[in-house]
Every structure is written in structure tokens, then in C-alpha cells.
Design a protein around this ligand. Structure first.
Ligand code: GLA
Length: 720
């Protein structure tokens, strides 16, 4: 693997076992993209850049002879690494910088570069990191202004991934305004692609939709102030014949939790341009002379083995090169969460009862969700008042009870919000977003607190620290329950507010996690409204959705798995009556695994079912699910079944989940497995027999039986 520079031809090559990524510096200093795809050897770059004779470039001279215009009449069709703005290329610019006098033409040309081992982290934003990486940094200069662009590319040894960063330095004295800054650009010399994006809603997150690309522009974006339920900052661009296990596919992702836009443009040249960055709507950011702006990191993934290859690279990148939590690879405790059992309606006595019953069903971490602070008997008050509601609960006693039963204790916060009915708001209404003159929109009775204001970040840090110092707490659930509107804040300019809010949130997370490195943080945003790489840097797991109906979860967890590993997907056995506890448990196992209902109401049989699933969790989860390789076998978006399997990295063990949705008669139904070692023999818990890896992958598990609706199988394979 490596990054190399061919000085004679001014060509950069970034290569590993997965791909070659090649670009060139032209005579004018512009970076011209040449190739991104499966690994290739040496070639003559002119064979990639020659677009042939072009009628529009010829004219009839006065003498009647056909001549070719000497000027580069159409110089807009090259593949770019950082396309210009305001010149001839009209297919979408990654950078628009407004300079003195309102000039927005922006065109970056090469100045210098360096190649080095490793990967520096960004200074203000979460980003990937790692030893097994090499980085190329280029310094480019805008020919229309005094700013420079640091463009960097990181190549990881064992991943089909390139991480891209851009930093703009204002080297002049005058202010400049960034009107648009993308984190990645990829130009491809073809357009016969499909695009898969992951759209949704509250309780319907990350539904996969595949659509053909056509001429023009299609974009997937959020302007909600968070990465959103509606569109996830991740999409796959693939060949028409690409499927789970074969065909070429590219994917794009973003290490950021705020507004984003991923745009795909097919122009008249049948060139496809992908841009991803901060959503330019409501974005305009002033960089003063001598200062810099760091854009969030962009991630590009390549696979010649279909979507499965994309997922493997994404999952390994997230687990090995993104998540910071030091214990992320260890088996996590069986989590019990109080929310769906009692919502806000509890007292010390009832929670002690919950704890005893949670311990009885095998929970190892008890999480007291919303309702423990201020005067939080209803969801219309107290966000911001992060003091224990002593009138309602005795928190010390609750934690002692957990410890006496060998359970850890965790607690819920929603730091980025404030209720108008709170002591904090009464004292400091200016801490809420909004200009104070216009009505502020309430959503779930709450307003957004201005984390762009450092004073607010300090206050939240102090209040949360007081709780985390004062009580023995092992886990924090970090929630965010509304979209952001009325973005006027007291400290930031309008066009800077969205970005500064998320920077403030990252600052707070950073400080807390440095102070409490042993605490396990779980992200949440009304369920899965902020499931993104920015949050995963801080939270090794995220509550995937407030939807705990196990059938809906088949879709949600399946869609989420394209980008995100099972180790990140919060999934619990809930009280939903549609399936047995055991069947719900099988689905919850394909995630971080937890339990969430009133445990006092469980019958003896139901308790035994949960315990049976706990036993599987203990035995297999760490190697097979948390750190293993995932394969999607049947898509619920395309048929009546959902099937996932996960295989330990050493290929010794695997778990297979199969669920059908509507009732089906007996019919031939063989489920061919993936990812096993052909030369090994495995026992399976379906028929109790032993077969070779090749048998399971070529013949499959025989499920040719009558299937009642929602019938669910969990099959364990172990090397015999
Ligand atoms: C959000 C979360 C839930 C729960 C509630 C508490 O909706 O997604 O899991 O924590 O908030 O208010």
C-alpha cells in the first residue's frame, strides 16, 4: 500500500489492495482526477483525458477551411479534485469563497505537497485516526484571492477508504466569507449508476431506497440542525449490476452531526460529480485575516464486491479508526433501560422494584432514563436544571441498590435543550436560541440551548460534572429531542450558528469524555435522528430508533447496517406483544442488546426466555456480533424475509438471524450463508448436524417449512 508521486508526470497514486486513486497536476496547476477504481498498473494519462474530436471546437475560417479554436473554448469537462467556481465548470463547485468587493470566483492551483505516515486528527471536529494510515497533504492557492486550501487524503492499510479533509487559511488581511465548503469531491467519467440513500422519519429511520441516476442533480440533505431522521449522511453510488456481493460501488459519508448535503450531478458530458459537505443553506462563515476554517472530514469508500464490501470497510473504519471509547471492543454489559417501562412516572420505591427485577432477568447495567432531575414529572419542564429531583427520588439509594446486586448504573441527559419552564430559562432566557423578539417554536415543549456560546458549554460541563462526580455513574445516554429552528443565537452570526452549535456540542462532549474516560456514552436523538460518524466518535453506541416493534426493527436495523456496525446499534427487547420475548431477543441480539419494559410484569416463562437470550449474548456477542463481519442475506426491502449473519473474524463462529414477515406455506427455502471458511466444518443449532463451510455457502440452511407470520430463527454455527 502507499501514496506515491511521479514527479515527471506530476501524478499522485494512492493505492492499497482495494483500489487505485490517481490524479495529476496539470500545466496550469489544477488538480485533475484521472482514475478511481480497482487497482491498475502504469498507464499513459493522455488515454484517460483525451475526449476526442469535438465539433463545437471547429470553425470555418475566412478562407473556407475548417480550423480548431486555439482557445480552450470548453475547458469545463475535465474530472476535477477541487472544481473551480465562477469559471467555465458549471457542474457544481465544492468551494465558494467571497472576497473583497463581492468576488466569488474561486479556483485553487497547486503550490506544494507532502506525504507522511499516520493521520492527524482535526483540531475542532471529530475525525478518523490511526497508525495504519498514510496521508497526502496538498497546499493549493486561490488565483482570485489570498486564501489557501489544505487538501488532504488519508489512505488506510486494510480498508477500501479514503478520508478527505479541507482547511481554508485566510492568508490576507481582509475578511473572507465561505459561502460553500465541501469535504469531498469525486468526479467519475460515467453516469450509468444507481444511488442508494437512507431516508426516514421518527420511528422509521434509514429505509434503503435505490434509484437510477438521471441527468441533472439529486441531493440528499439535512437542514434540521442535526444529521436527521429524514436523510442519513451516507449514500452508495453503484453500477447497475451491483448487488450485495458483487459489482462496483462507491459510498460517501461525513464525520459530522449537523446540516449536510450530498449532491450527485450528472452533466451533459455524462460526468458524475459527487460533492459532500456542510449544507450551504444558512451557511456563510467569515474567516478573518490570519485565521482558518476546518471543514468536517469526508469519507469515500470503494468496493468491487458490492455493498457488502462497502459495509465491511465502513464497519472496520468505525470500530478501528473512529470510535474513541477505549473499551468499545469489550463485551458491553446487558443494559436495562427504564424508559418504556415507566416513562416519567416513578419514585424511589418503584425504581428499586425495577432494579431487583432487572437483576433477576440478568441485567448488568441499570439505566435511569428521563425524569430524575429538576421537577421533571412531565416532559414540559426542567431541561437545563441538571440537579437530582430529591423530592422524587433518592439517587444514592438507587445506585447502592444496583451495586448491591452487582449492577452498574447509568443515567440520561439531554444537554443541548432547555424548557421554558425551568429555573435555568427563568434566569437566562438568552441561553435559548431565538432573537427574543419573534416567537420561538416549541417542539416537545422545549427550546434549543445555545451551545455556540462558550458560557453555556461551561455551565453544562459544570452541572453534568457535578452529577458525574457526586454519584457513581458508569453510563450516560445523551439525548437530543428536537430539530433546530430559530437559529439566532447571542454569540454567533446567523450563517455561522448551525455550525457553531455543533462545534459547541463537540466541545462539551470532548471535555466530558476526557474527564470521564471510563463512562460508556450512548447517543440518541428522538431515537436515531443523529446516527452519524460525528456522534460515533464520542458514542460507541447510538439508540437506533424509538421504534421497538421488532418487525419494524427488522427494516431499521437492516437499513442502518449498510453504513454502521452492529456494535453501534442500540437495540432492546421491548414489551411489544407482536412476538415472544425469545423472538424479540433474537432481533435485539443483532445490535448492542438491552432490555426495556416494566420488568416487574414479566411472567416466569418470559423471564426464562430473556435469560436464554442473555446466555447466547454472553457466549457469542463479543467475537461474533460486536467485532465480527456482517453479511446481509435477505433484504426486507425486497421481499418477505430479513436475514443477517455475523461471523467472528477468525471464522470459527457465526450467528444467523432469519425472520419472515407474512405467513408462507412450505416451499423450498434454502438460506445460503456467507463468510465461512470453506475448509472448516461447523455444527449448526438448526438441525444439530455438522457440515462443511462450502455446504452452508453453496446449499444453505434448509428452512423449507411452514412459516407463520413473524417466525424468527437464530442459528448458531461453531467450528466442529
Ligand atoms: C427520546 C429517546 C427515548 C427516551 C426519551 C426520554 O425520545 O429516544 O429513548 O430517552 O427521549 O424523554
Amino acid at each position: 500500500m502507499g501514496i506515491s508521486y511521479d514527479e515527471q508526470n506530476s501524478i499522485f497514486r494512492l493505492e492499497n489492495d482495494f483500489f487505485s486513486y490517481i490524479f495529476q497536476i496539470t500545466e496550469k496547476g489544477i488538480l485533475r482526477h484521472l482514475y478511481f477504481g480497482g487497482r491498475i498498473g502504469e498507464f499513459d494519462p493522455s488515454s484517460l483525458t483525451d475526449l476526442g474530436w469535438d465539433w463545437s471546437r471547429t470553425y470555418l475560417d475566412a478562407d473556407g477551411a475548417e480550423k480548431i479554436y486555439a482557445d480552450n473554448y470548453y475547458n469545463d469537462r475535465s474530472l476535477a479534485e477541487a472544481a473551480s467556481h465562477g469559471l467555465m465548470d458549471k457542474s457544481g463547485a465544492p468551494f465558494i469563497v467571497k472576497k473583497k468587493g463581492g468576488v466569488t470566483a474561486t479556483s485553487f492551483v497547486y503550490e506544494s505537497h507532502r506525504i507522511y505516515n499516520g493521520k492527524p486528527e482535526l483540531s475542532t471536529l471529530p475525525s478518523t485516526h490511526g497508525e495504519n494510515a498514510q496521508t497526502l497533504e496538498l497546499i493549493l492557492k486561490d488565483i482570485y484571492g489570498e486564501e489557501k486550501l489544505l487538501l488532504s487524503y488519508t489512505l488506510f492499510e486494510n480498508l477500501g477508504v479514503i478520508a478527505r479533509n479541507s482547511v481554508i487559511f485566510n492568508c490576507g488581511k481582509e475578511d473572507i466569507v465561505l459561502e460553500k465548503i465541501c469535504s469531498l469531491e469525486l468526479d467519475l467519467p460515467e453516469s450509468n449508476f444507481d444511488l442508494i440513500h437512507f431516508h426516514g422519519d421518527w420511528c422509521l429511520e434509514r429505509f434503503a431506497e435505490r434509484k437510477p441516476l438521471s441527468n441533472g442533480n439529486f441531493s440528499v440533505a439535512s437542514n434540521m440542525g442535526r444529521s436527521s431522521h429524514e436523510e442519513n449522511p451516507f449514500a452508495i453510488l453503484c453500477a447497475k449490476n451491483a448487488d450485495e456481493f458483487s459489482g462496483e460501488a462507491y459510498a460517501f459519508s461525513f464525520v459530522y452531526s449537523g446540516n449536510f448535503r450530498l449532491s450527485v450531478n450528472v452533466d451533459k458530458w455524462r460526468r458524475t460529480r459527487v460533492l459532500m459537505g456542510i449544507n450551504e443553506e444558512d451557511f456563510s462563515y467569515t474567516v478573518r485575516g490570519g485565521e482558518k476554517f476546518e471543514a468536517p472530514e469526508g469519507i469515500i469508500v470503494y468496493s468491487r464486491e458490492g455493498f457488502n464490501g462497502i459495509s465491511h470497510s465502513m464497519h472496520d473504519l468505525i470500530r478501528d479508526n473512529l470510535i474513541k471509547f477505549k473499551n468499545a471492543k469489550s463485551l458491553r454489559p446487558v443494559l436495562f433501560n427504564s424508559w418504556e417501562g415507566c416513562y416519567l412516572d416513578f419514585d424511589t420505591q418503584s425504581i428499586l422494584g425495577y432494579i431487583e427485577n432487572a437483576a433477576d432477568i440478568g441485567a448488568e447495567l441499570f439505566v435511569l432514563d428521563d425524569g430524575w432531575f429538576g421537577r421533571r414529572d412531565t416532559d414540559s419542564r426542567s431541561l437545563g436544571d441538571w440537579f437530582v429531583a430529591d423530592y422524587k427520588i433518592n439517587l444514592k439509594k438507587i445506585i447502592e441498590k444496583c451495586h448491591s446486586l452487582n449492577m452498574k448504573f447509568g443515567i440520561w441527559f439531554e444537554p443541548e435543550m432547555i424548557n421554558p419552564d425551568s429555573d435555568l430559562y427563568r434566569a437566562r432566557p438568552d441561553y435559548a436560541l431565538g432573537d427574543g423578539k419573534h416567537e420561538r417554536t416549541l417542539s416537545r415543549h422545549q427550546l434549543v440551548i445555545d451551545t455556540a456560546n462558550d458560557e453555556v458549554v461551561d455551565l453544562l460541563f459544570e452541572r453534568m460534572s457535578a452529577i458525574l462526580d457526586g454519584y457513581d455513574i458508569d453510563y450516560v445516554k445523551w439525548d437530543h429531542n428536537r430539530n433546530i429552528g430559530e437559529i439566532t443565537g447571542s454569540r454567533a452570526e446567523y450563517g455561522e450558528t448551525y455550525h457553531r452549535l455543533i462545534l459547541g456540542t463537540y466541545k462539551l462532549l470532548d471535555r466530558l469524555q476526557k474527564k470521564y474516560p471510563d463512562i460508556l456514552f450512548e447517543g440518541c436523538a428522538s431515537g436515531g435522528g443523529r446516527f452519524d460518524l460525528g456522534m460515533l466518535y464520542y458514542h460507541p453506541q447510538i439508540w437506533t430508533s424509538d421504534e421497538t416493534d421488532p418487525v419494524q426493527r427488522l427494516f431499521i436495523q437492516y437499513g442502518t447496517s449498510y453504513a454502521y456496525p452492529l456494535s453501534a446499534m442500540g437495540s432492546h427487547i421491548s414489551k411489544n406483544p407482536i412476538m415472544s420475548y425469545k423472538d424479540k431477543g433474537k432481533i435485539a441480539l443483532f445490535g448492542t442488546y438491552g432490555i426495556e419494559m416494566n420488568p416487574c410484569l414479566l411472567t416466569r416463562e418470559e423471564r426464562d426466555e430473556v435469560k436464554e437470550i442473555n446466555a447466547v449474548y454472553k457466549k457469542y456477542h463479543r467475537d461474533v456480533i460486536l467485532n465480527g463481519d456482517l453479511y446481509r442475506l435477505r433484504s426486507p426491502f425486497e421481499g418477505n424475509y430479513m436475514s443477517l449473519m455475523s461471523v467472528s473474524k477468525d471464522r470459527n463462529k457465526a450467528l444467523v438471524l432469519f425472520a419472515n414477515i407474512l405467513k408462507e406455506n412450505n416451499r423450498y427455502r434454502f438460506l445460503k450463508l456467507q463468510g465461512l471458511d470453506r475448509n472448516k466444518k461447523y455444527s449448526n443449532s438448526l438441525d444439530g448436524k455438522i457440515y462443511g463451510g462450502d455446504y452452508y455457502m453453496q446449499v444453505g440452511l434448509n428452512l423449507s417449512v411452514w412459516l407463520d407470520e413473524f417466525k424468527t430463527y437464530l442459528v448458531v454455527l461453531e467450528e466442529a
